[in-house]
Design a protein around this ligand. Structure first.
Ligand code: PLP
Length: 397
């Protein structure tokens, strides 16, 4: 039927399967190369390394495991502190705790919403002291070992000042690029600035392997250590002698086959996401009380989840009320993650004052951002957001 209204439910960010996925997975099944070694694992690693411009890539079971093993390989031990943004999905902070370490939560930059380099500096300079070559947090007395910036929602962190601080204070940098595959900072792919970078291929990411992760680095010694640790740290394959407490964090060939097929389409997916972002921006920019996500002059974002801020006083509704309106009409949207520094499970961790993340948490709403979101579907989302101020005026009138 022509011009039929599309009333299908709209999800937040769903996978787009339109390339060689069936063909490559069938190849795994036909050849019985289904498990944790196989040609597709190697191809997937090479495809990601080539794409982002890293020397080495090690596939792993998911992004969380990738962060864990990256921290272990960087030598994070019980009692060590690692700087983590308070605004993030929980995985990086959990990965620090898996090592017995403690996150030090950092506030967000008010423009980019990313880990604020000024707050990092403030913590390192004011709250820490050097004892020999070890940096110690004066308040907790714990050693500070690393910085773990997260390119939240796909927008890059301002890495330059963070790398300068890390060098000055002798800290490792583990980049959580799980949401930012395809995003660039000053023309270079996110994930390639730190000692190690980690990507995720969870179903809601820009490409998926069903589940999966990739750890990238330019450091051969770290790459070898990471591969060793993800494969049970086996020293002797015949006698089964293990030289460390390793992990079974390998990716299966079937998942890698899906990943390879998705990598072939990544550039198109990035373009599609950026078009979605531009379309949202054009439609929503004039609405009083709606703030669009910034794109810093040095950033190219993949708009992983297109997220807006709602000023309740001006817009007439809170972000949670708008969320309920969208949900009622079968449209998925969601607030940002609960600020990590105030989760009970992280009691005992330190932060040097957090204000912006709390504000963002109250005001932010992530909108449907699937690669395959159709213009008429996006228009339905936009229409509901546009309607709110009018309703408010009507109520007053
Ligand atoms: C910021 C961040 N870090 C880590 C992860 C963990 O990745 P995975 O789900 O592959 O374990 C995710 C998302 O899933 C994420 O959004």
């Amino acid at each position: 039927m022509k011009n039929k209204l599309n009333t299908k439910n709209i999800s937040l960010c769903e996978p787009e399967i339109r390339g060689n996925e069936w063909k490559y997975i069938k190849e795994c099944l036909d050849t019985a190369w289904v498990s944790s070694v196989g040609g597709f694992v190697d191809r997937f690693e090479k495809a990601v390394a080539d794409y982002v411009g890293a020397k080495y890539a090690v596939a792993c079971v998911n992004g969380t495991a990738g962060l864990h093993v990256a921290l272990v390989a960087c030598g994070i031990e019980p009692g060590d502190e690692v700087l983590v943004p308070s605004l993030s999905f929980i995985a990086p902070a959990n990965a620090v705790r898996y090592c017995g370490g403690w996150p030090v939560f950092i506030d967000a930059d008010p423009q980019t919403w990313q880990m604020d380099p000024e707050k990092v500096k403030e913590f390192l300079v004011k709250d820490c002291r050097l004892a020999g070559r070890t940096l110690i947090n004066r308040r907790t007395k714990r050693p500070v070992r690393a910085i773990l910036p997260v390119h939240v929602l796909g927008h890059p962190v301002d890495m330059k000042p963070i790398l300068t601080l890390a060098k000055k204070f002798g800290l490792d940098v583990i980049e959580d690029a799980t949401e930012s595959l395809g995003s660039k900072y000053r023309g270079r792919h996110t994930g390639t600035f730190g000692d190690v970078g980690v990507f995720s291929f969870n179903g809601n990411k820009i490409i998926t392997a069903g589940g999966g992760g990739m750890i990238v680095t330019n450091n051969r010694r770290l790459a070898e250590r990471i591969r060793y640790l993800t494969t049970q740290a086996k020293d002797d394959a015949i006698e089964y002698i293990h030289g460390a407490i390793g992990f079974n964090y390998r990716l299966t060939n079937i998942q890698a086959a899906l990943g390879v097929a998705q990598m072939e389409q990544l550039e198109n997916f990035v373009d599609a996401k950026r078009r979605l972002g531009e379309r949202y921006a054009k439609a929503l920019k004039a609405i009083p009380g709606v703030t669009l996500p910034a794109q810093a002059p040095w950033a190219l974002t993949n708009f992983w989840l297109y997220t807006i801020l709602i000023d309740r006083e001006i817009y007439g509704k809170s972000s949670r009320e708008l969320l309920a309106d969208l949900n009622r009409q079968g449209i998925a949207a969601r607030p940002l993650w609960h600020p990590l520094h105030s989760l009970k499970i992280f009691k005992g961790s330190y932060h040097n004052g957090i204000k912006i993340v709390d504000e963002l948490y109250g005001r932010a709403l992530s909108l449907p951002s699937s690669v395959g979101l159709k213009p008429d579907e996006q228009d339905r989302v936009i229409q509901i957001i546009l309607e709110q101020p009018k309703k408010r005026e009507n109520r007053r009138g």
